[in-house]
Design a protein around this ligand. Structure first.
Ligand code: HEC
Ligand code: HEC
Length: 233
């Protein structure tokens, strides 16, 4: 089993107890190649061989702006338990705000389509000129009323509420991150919310790896993932 494989990798030549071992850079590289690279890519750019079949596309770890928004504790939780379980747990404690909510009962499909258009235009502008995009969109009043409290007045994912949320509300000005999403995906997300879109519409999300990875391996992998977005590492 993989657990056995990892035990071998991390204790190779050392002969010490697995739980005490800090994985080496080489063993982390092997673990990443074996478990993560098919989707996230060998270089961490989200372009593994399985990526084209997935919506959303896998996270691009070379995106420093995106990765800086996650805490280590959250990343560890997602890697161990899978993202759906983490989002659901939020729901069960009444903190449903850690998942993108559904708006099907509040907004018309025209309003949702207009919001998706606005969000796509924001991403295309990549930040500069975002205010002009918003002001020229008929969806802006709806956005200000229903979305800005989490995603920020200009869509930067930087509302006061956002700083306490993991995962953080998406930054619509982050073109590199937004390129992972199709238009259909954006519309479904706003209509049904994230957990229901995964559960009912079958969208991809991060699977659990807690059975294959011990705590030291999870910790080591997080540092490894973060190294993809550090230049000159
Ligand atoms: C079968 C494909 C697949 C494999 C294998 C995979 N991932 Fe992912 N991962 C995804 C997808 C798809 C997402 C995007 C999830 C989303 O946006 O909801 C993701 C997202 C993530 C995220 C970001 C979570 C977030 O909240 O956006 C992290 C961290 C991550 N993966 C780590 C890993 C690690 C570490 C491994 C190997 C142990 C791994 N992944 C293996 C598909 C995969
Ligand atoms: C209570 C906070 C909250 C509100 C209000 C909210 N969102 Fe979100 N939204 C989130 C969070 C958190 C995420 C990140 C989801 C993730 O990574 O799993 C998100 C993600 C998204 C995404 C990208 C989905 C993805 O997989 O990353 C879109 C598109 C989106 N929101 C649009 C909207 C629109 C449009 C509105 C207003 C109608 C809105 N959101 C209102 C919290 C919120």
């Amino acid at each position: 089993m993989l657990l056995g494989l990892l035990a071998c990798l991390s204790t190779a030549g050392a002969g010490v107890a697995r739980a005490e071992t800090t994985p080496t850079a080489e063993s982390l590289q092997k673990t990443y190649a074996a478990l993560c690279a098919t989707c996230h890519g060998e270089k961490g750019d989200g372009k593994g061989p399985a990526a084209p079949g997935l919506m959303p596309r896998p996270t691009d770890f070379t995106n420093a702006r995106f990765m800086a928004r996650f805490t280590d504790a959250y990343l560890a939780d997602v890697i161990r338990s899978g993202k759906l379980a983490v989002l659901r747990r939020g729901d069960s404690t009444g903190l449903s705000s850690n998942s993108m909510p559904a708006f099907e009962d509040v907004l018309s499909s025209n309003e949702i389509t207009a919001l998706a258009d606005m969000v796509e235009s924001l991403a295309e502008r990549g930040g500069s000129g975002g205010e002009a995009v918003m002001l020229s969109s008929g969806a802006m009043p709806v956005y200000r009323r229903f979305c800005a409290s989490c995603h920020g007045m200009l869509g930067g994912g930087d509302s006061p509420l956002a700083s306490g949320l993991q995962p953080p509300p998406t930054d619509f000005n982050d073109r590199q991150d937004m390129s992972r999403f199709s238009r259909r995906y954006l519309i479904d997300m706003v209509t049904h919310g994230k957990t229901a879109s995964i559960e009912r519409l079958g969208y991809a999300t991060m699977a659990p790896f807690g059975a294959q990875l011990d705590e030291a391996a999870v910790k080591g992998l997080i540092a490894f993932l973060r190294s993809f977005s550090k230049p000159g590492q």
